[in-house]
Design a protein around this ligand. Structure first.
Ligand SMILES: *Cc1c(COP(=O)(O)O)cnc(C)c1O
Ligand SMILES: [Zn+2]
Length: 373
């Protein structure tokens, strides 16, 4: 499908075939709006992966390479944490081939890279996105270089290299890692398969919404609680529900409650100061490393999405992360600290403002506990 990138700032269109990953004006690239038909009857019911929603994804009907690349990602269960509270639901998104929700975005982005004839991808990550891109790239027969901060969980580093990617351990902050990857991309070393910059990633994460729509039989929840660092799940869910709304399949978009960590909360700060852009903060330390992004590049879009759903943004109390991790483990779910943080933030909120939630609430369990050191 020849679909263009479109600059979020100046509206200029760019061809994804080029190595461009951001506009000359510095703006981030979104995907141009494309028309598609989607309803219950367009779901490919024999396809047991998120490609059952391929009619809503930016692929040509005759593109079939995704069949070699998909590992059955998506279709994660939605279940109540405990029977006595049937409205509190978790979506177990760590039940994915590489054990985090990033597989949703990675499988679509890598399939697109394959369609574009890309030979090598470059990506930087604090761990899970890198693992996911590495696994899918190798399946697609695309070379892959992953840049990670030096202090990344050794298990994640091992996982990335096991998938056949070349791992670059970068000294300094998460931002230094991003810079190192960008430099390689600017030197023409490969296609920037970034979950932050590349809009195709968000086409994958939007299936979170399509799945909820299908699994709950169109009776969408009142509220989605979503961790937010770079906003890939938050924006993807927002795009997905917005499309379902525009297709007249749902009456409204669920309210989004975003969760940031106490030690690194740039979006929280901007939201509460009524700003429309996000300023860089200093990370004062947190166990929730998966959401510790000091300068989220899509901050402006994230703020707009939360406000558009009449949502809120809350803080995960640092001193309750480990306790909540144990609580979830005792319910049977062994998650990584970032996921426990999301839950801890929600539990605090629920005690005080539970009455604001009018119906079902869904929290994603984004990352598996075995991935953390
Ligand atoms: C990536 C990730 C997040 C945060 O997602 P963003 O796209 O950065 O907002 C949260 N939890 C886990 C386990 C992750 O891997
Ligand atoms: Zn531009």
């Amino acid at each position: 499908m020849s679909i263009n990138y479109i600059c979020h700032e100046c509206g200029k269109k760019h061809d994804p075939k080029s190595l461009v990953f951001r506009c000359e004006c510095g703006g981030l690239l979104d995907l141009e709006k494309f028309n598609f038909q989607f309803s219950n009857k367009n779901i490919l019911r024999e396809e047991w992966s998120l490609f059952r929603y391929i009619k809503a994804l930016p692929f040509d009907d005759n593109f079939s390479s995704w069949k070699d690349i998909s590992m059955g990602e998506g279709l994660s269960p939605i279940i109540s944490l405990e029977q006595k509270n049937p409205n509190l639901l978790v979506k177990v998104d760590y039940l994915m081939p590489t054990l985090s929700f990033k597989d949703r975005g990675a499988v679509v982005l890598v399939s697109k890279a394959k369609e574009l004839g890309v030979k090598k991808v470059i990506q930087d990550s604090s761990g899970n996105a890198g693992t996911s891109i590495a696994a899918y790239a190798n399946r697609a027969g695309i070379k892959c270089d992953i840049y990670v901060p030096e202090n990344t969980s050794s298990k994640k580093v091992k996982q990335i290299s096991s998938h056949g990617a070349k791992v670059h351990l970068i000294k300094g902050t998460r931002e230094d890692t991003a810079k190192a990857a960008l430099t390689a991309v600017e030197h023409g070393e490969g296609f920037y398969a970034s979950h932050v910059y590349n809009p195709f990633f968000y086409q994958g994460t939007k299936t979170y919404a399509y799945e909820i729509y299908e699994q709950l039989n169109g009776k969408i929840p009142d509220t989605l609680v979503i961790p937010v660092g770079n906003g890939t799940l938050l924006l993807g869910s927002y795009y997905g529900f917005k499309e379902l709304l525009e297709l007249h399949l749902i009456p409204k978009i669920p309210r989004i409650i975003a969760v940031q960590s106490e030690g690194c909360a740039p979006i929280y700060k901007a939201f509460n100061a009524d700003e429309t852009t996000v300023k860089k903060v200093i990370n004062t330390g947190t166990l929730a490393d998966g959401i510790a992004i000091t300068e989220p590049k899509r901050g402006k879009q994230i703020l707009k999405a939360i406000r558009d759903t009449h949502g809120e943004i809350i803080i995960a109390p640092e001193n309750k992360i480990l306790k909540t991790r144990k609580y979830l483990a005792e319910k049977g779910f062994y998650v990584e600290p970032t996921t426990a943080a999301t839950f801890a933030g929600f539990l605090d909120y629920y005690k005080k403002y539970g009455h604001r939630i009018n119906g079902k609430v869904i929290l994603p369990l984004c990352g598996a506990g075995l991935k953390a050191d």
